[in-house]
Design a protein. Structure first.
Length: 266
């Protein structure tokens, strides 16, 4: 899949919040150790209470409720009008924008949140330049992302299932990510003098197969495109369920290791 095709796929994925909501719920209910990831990310700021915060790529609003009490002025921003329209928060200012050209004055924000979104941007260096332009002197960019090795077990089981059905090897999820814990600093350091990365290790622990299938179904379009003629998504689900259940029967749960983190840029 070309980068432009990947971006078109992402646009369809985020036209509404359904798929993202499933992924967020899965992370919330099946991650161990239990941790409020949003609070963990926001704790990297020494809040004064008078900050202007731009949440760029706010998605389904995962950071809205936790950030607004800290900020004097919070704005939810996203490329997806559907996502913004679906945010159910009273009095919320929201802006439909492209991160590569922010509609804000230079030196106008104290904090920019760009969490799990830079890998979706076609021209990531342009977006990072915009983040630096808009931030005030002494401001902070928080940019959470995943390791390229995160959730490799999902890639492995998908490969096994599709190959059993006669499909060609899938392009793994990690190969799609252009901004990871491994390469993100190099991009951010082009604009920020002080870039640090805090890493968090955790895991999905699934005691049953259905939540795994639900999670993988949120990226169904990508997987179906690789199936041979005459093989359906339901065929793939049958094999996936069998493979996941086998892991659960043998080990008591299906464990998917996750490594995520946040870049703190000043």
């Amino acid at each position: 899949m070309s980068h432009s095709a990947e971006l078109a796929y992402v646009k369809r994925q985020y036209a509404a919040e359904d798929n993202l909501a499933i992924r967020i719920r899965t992370h919330k209910h099946y991650t161990e150790p239990k941790l409020d990831f949003v609070a963990w990310v926001l704790d990297h700021i020494n809040w004064r209470g008078d900050e202007v915060v731009l949440d760029v790529g706010c998605g389904s609003g995962n950071y809205v409720a936790a950030t607004r009490p800290h900020a004097r002025h919070y704005v939810a921003n996203d490329f997806s009008f559907g996502m913004l329209s679906g945010l159910e928060f009273d009095g919320l200012e929201r802006v439909n924008l492209n991160a590569e050209k922010l509609p804000y004055a230079s030196n106008s924000a104290d904090v920019i949140l760009a969490n799990h979104m830079i890998y979706h941007i076609m021209d990531a260096p342009a977006a990072v330049r915009e983040f630096r332009r808009v931030l005030r002197q002494g401001g902070t960019l928080l940019a959470a992302t995943n390791s390229r090795h995160s959730m490799a077990e999902l890639d492995t089981i998908l490969q096994a299932a599709t190959q059993r059905l006669g499909a060609q090897p899938l392009r793994t999820a990690s190969s799609v990510l252009t901004f990871t814990l491994e390469n993100g600093a190099a991009l951010l350091e082009q604009q920020f003098a002080n870039v640090t990365c805090d890493v968090l290790d955790a895991a999905f622990v699934f005691p049953e197969a259905q939540p795994v299938i639900d999670y993988l179904s949120t990226t169904r379009e990508r997987h179906v495109a690789r199936l041979p003629a005459g093989v359906t998504w339901n065929d793939l689900v049958v094999v996936l369920t069998e493979l996941v259940q086998s892991e659960i029967d043998e080990h008591g749960a299906f464990r998917v290791n996750k490594q995520t983190g946040v870049f703190v840029c000043k």
